[in-house]
Design a protein around this ligand. Structure first.
Ligand code: PGA
Length: 263
């Protein structure tokens, strides 16, 4: 059954004591629930606190509550000062890595080719990838959103071997909705998710399209999560601001628990 993923993108926030506080709150909340096997909760502290966060996850929750890094290198170990290799992330019990976030595309100038190399390297090292795509405001105003997303996917992940694509969840994050308080309407989001699923169907197979988790990201919070997660093609969320507080993040988890099919 398709995975439902509620992932917090913590970005460059929180010092160690705050990581401990947030992670402990999430653990406490999640421990009290009966979590279905297909629901994955993902948190993404910055590199230096991955192990701190991991140490707070009790054994019984390790298959449900997992960690993502926010970036990784496309290179194998070697002379690359300042870089972190996916094998090293795996080594500190990371399960996922976020690749292609619009902030990295914008500020670090990461292009399609580099994102393709990072994705491949991450999967070959045993990580799962949350691959982000999404158009900017200007592109939506020009009705270019479908072309932009198609290009982002075709140039970075659609030449993966089908077995590797099964390790990728896609996060559709319209750039104009990130951190702005503005969200895509549930219909706008679902329309794009359907389009992405159809592209996977055309490039791979119906089975892979049906099994790929497609998350929505962009100002998701408890107040709008219900309408978004009620959409049939929205398989979870990549959450920034609202993931930094226990109540709002766990509020979204609870909504997913109510709305999404479980197994
Ligand atoms: P936001 O961020 O929820 O604060 O809009 C989402 C993201 O950037 O992944």
């Amino acid at each position: 059954m398709k995975k439902i993923i509620i992932a917090g993108n913590w970005k460059m926030n929180l010092l160690q004591a705050e990581v401990i506080q947030l992670m402990s709150g999430i653990v406490k909340h999640v421990k009290a629930q009966r979590l279905p096997n297909n629901l994955k909760i993902v948190c993404s502290p910055v590199y230096p606190y991955l192990q701190t966060a991991q140490s707070l996850i009790p054994e019984a929750l390790k298959s449900s509550l997992q960690l993502a890094a926010q970036n990784c290198s496309e290179q194998n170990p070697g002379a690359f000062t300042g870089e972190v290799n996916p094998a090293m992330l795996k080594d500190v019990s990371c399960k996922y890595v976020i690749i292609g976030h619009s902030e990295r595309r914008q500020y670090q100038k990461e292009d399609h080719q580099l994102l393709a190399a990072k994705t491949k390297n991450a999967i070959q090292s045993g990580l799962q990838v949350i691959f982000c795509c999404g158009e900017q405001l200007k592109e939506r105003q020009q009705d270019q959103q479908f072309n932009i997303v198609q290009q982002q996917l075709e140039e970075s992940i659609f030449d993966l071997h089908p077995d590797l694509l099964s390790k990728v969840a896609i996060a559709y994050e319209p750039v104009w909705a990130i951190g702005t308080g503005e969200t895509a309407t549930p219909e706008q989001a679902n329309e794009m998710h359907q389009f992405i699923r159809e592209l996977i169907h055309q490039n791979f197979s119906t089975e892979i399209a049906d099994n790929t988790s497609i998350l929505y990201g962009g100002s998701m919070k408890p107040a709008n999560a219900e309408a978004l997660l009620a959409q049939p093609d929205i398989d979870g969320g990549l959450i920034g601001g609202a993931a930094l507080q226990v109540e709002s993040f766990t509020g979204i988890i609870d909504i997913a628990l109510q709305l999404k099919p479980t197994a």
